[in-house]
Every structure is written in C-alpha cells, then in structure tokens.
Write a protein that binds this ligand. Structure first.
Ligand code: PBG
Length: 327
C-alpha cells in the first residue's frame, strides 16, 4: 500500500504528455457529421441569425462547403432542404427535382467517394402547415398516411444518390416502411440512420429559422416526438427501430440527454449517433460572443462528453470549426 495521502490521482495528471497517454476519449473529424441547409431559388448564401456561422446555402455554395468539409476529413454531411414552395403533402420531399435531390445530383460526382452523404428524411420543411406528416381531418398527424410519403421520399433520395437516409419524423413504423420501400426499389444497400430517440425539445428553435418552418397555429410536435420526462420510453423506441432494421440509431438532442445516450449505448451494438442540435449550438455561440465562456474550449468539452457518453457519430454545426482545430 502507498503512504498517506495516496497520490495516484494527481501523478498521471502532471504533464500534457501523461494526460494524453491516459485519455479515455478522443474526438476526431472522422466522428463528425455536418448538418447543411440548401435553399431553393436563392443566388447568394443567406446567414441564419440564430445560428451564427451557419448558412442557408445555394446549390453552388453547398458544393464548395461539402468539398471543403471532405478535405478536412469530416465523416459526412446531413442535408436539409428549404424549398421555395410548400404544400399540404410536402411534395418537394419526394419530387425528383426537389432541392435535396437536385443537390445530391451535384454532389455525388464531386465527393461521392470521400464522405457519406446523408439525407434527413422528413416533410416538415416542405409542408405548408409545418408538421412532419399529413394532417388528418381531426387535426392530428396521420401516422399511416405519412408512412407512404416517407417511403416515396426515401426512394427519391436514394435514386438521387443519397448514401444513407435518416428518418426524423417519429411516425410509428417508419423504419420498416422505409426499409421495404428501399429494398423494393433496388436500394437494399442503402443504410437507415434512424432518429430512434427524438425528444419534443425546445432546443430545435434555431433550426426552424434555418428551414423557415412555423408550425400552424403555434402548434408543437408533442403528438409524435417524445416527452422529455421519459427515459424508459426511449428504450422502447430504440427496440422498435432495431427490430424494424435500423442500421444506426440516433439520440437527439445530445447534451441535455447524455443519460439517454449512455443507456442506449449499453443496450445495443449498432453504431450510435447523437445530434448536438441547433439550440445547443446557439447557446454556446451566444455565451461565447459575450465573452462569458471560451467558445472553442466549451465546444470541445461538450462534444467529447457526447462521445464519452457512448456516441460513435456526432451531428453538429460545430463540425467544420472542430475539424479545423482537431487536425
Ligand atoms: C425534422 C428535424 C428537426 C431537426 C432535425 N430534423 C426539427 C424538428 O423536429 O422540429 C432539428 C435539428 C436541430 O435543432 O438542430 N425535419
């Protein structure tokens, strides 16, 4: 036995080299996926006030951004579309000329082999009412009718060159419906990154500015996204998505749900993703802009925490700046 006091805890913290040798968690560009917004019908990229540093891209500027992210070693991008016209069904989500499908046509040749092109699969950006599906006569989102839209969107995205589809709408049975549609259309090799655990979070506010979404009548998504008072319910969502064939599962948001990430990690061996969402990014940027926190230091600490909790892949608006720091 060592003498009192036992100094084992501090001995290995003495120099940066010692700390690096015993560090348990490492963050790299290969862990990161950058969410990107591409807007139809604009000629100049548009800044998003609540997401400083993030843009609504043109088809041309997104091309450049993706090429630069690939060169920085970022693992992938998640594409979101902002259409110039919205309708009841969100048809831009499954139209072969929709903005994301058109963008994939540009990107697949440019960076097709170097990084993973992921497409968010939902219709809220494309619907006039802002909901993630078809609104029924009773005012609620119709689960089964919506599954048919998601199936069409999945095929349209895969046909256009998506490498991976990421259903985020939280309809029951969406993973199974999308798997069947992809398989039936000759896309059996396209994986599904399932937003398996997605809470009805107030942290999505800035994202809705980014995609110009307002939910009709000041509504919310609590009828399909999860109640943040619940943890066991997340494990049921996880199990269902695994049973339906999810290739990767995601927890969202990230920092507010580290307990859920750790629980999901313990229960599955499929790769686990976590989404550090728009509100988490905006809070960090606002405090940093005021000089109240050291922005890059907090960013590194937060994203490392998400990995430490068990995530393999992190979706984050910080991807580019982190990749620049980490290389
Ligand atoms: C739905 C979707 C949302 C986000 C990703 N996919 C918004 C929502 O559910 O309201 C939010 C991402 C973020 O806040 O960064 N298409």
């Amino acid at each position: 036995m060592s003498t009192f006091p036992d100094r084992r805890m501090r001995r290995l913290r003495r120099t940066p080299a010692l700390r690096r040798m015993v560090a348990e968690t490492h963050l790299g560009a290969e862990d990161l996926v950058a969410p990107l917004f591409v807007r139809e019908g604009i000629t100049e990229p548009q800044p998003i006030a609540s997401l400083p540093g993030v843009m609504q891209h043109t088809r041309e500027s997104v091309r450049k951004e993706v090429a630069e992210l690939a060169a920085l070693g970022v693992a992938g991008v998640m594409l979101f579309g902002v259409p110039s016209h919205k309708d009841e069904l969100g048809s831009g989500a499954f139209d072969s000329h929709g903005i994301v499908q058109a963008t994939l046509g540009d990107l697949r040749h440019e960076v097709g082999q170097q990084m993973v092109l992921i497409t968010d699969l939902c219709v809220d950006e494309y619907t006039s009412h802002g909901h993630c599906g078809i609104v029924g006569a009773d005012g609620h989102v119709d689960n089964d009718a919506t599954l048919a839209l998601y199936a069409k969107a999945a095929v349209a995205q895969a046909d256009a060159g998506s490498h991976m589809v990421a259903p985020s709408g939280m309809m029951d049975g969406q993973v199974a419906a999308i798997r069947a549609a992809l398989d039936g259309a000759g896309h059996a090799h396209i994986p599904i990154l399932a937003y398996a655990v997605k809470y009805a979070s107030a942290l999505y506010g800035p994202f809705r500015d980014a995609v110009d979404v307002q939910i009709v009548g000041g509504g919310d998504r609590k009828g399909y996204q999860q109640d943040w008072r619940n943890a066991r319910e997340a494990l049921m969502e996880l199990q269902l998505d695994l049973d339906e064939g999810a290739d990767i599962v995601m927890v969202k948001p990230a920092i507010t749900y580290l307990d859920i990430i750790a629980k999901v990690r313990a229960l599955t061996n499929v790769p686990l993703a976590a989404y550090h969402v728009s509100g988490e990014y905006a809070m960090l940027k606002a405090a940093a802009a005021n000089g109240w926190i050291d922005g890059p230091a907090v960013a590194l600490e937060q994203l490392t925490a998400v990995k430490r909790a068990g995530a393999d892949v992190i979706l984050t608006y910080l991807a580019r700046e982190m990749a620049e720091v980490l290389r």
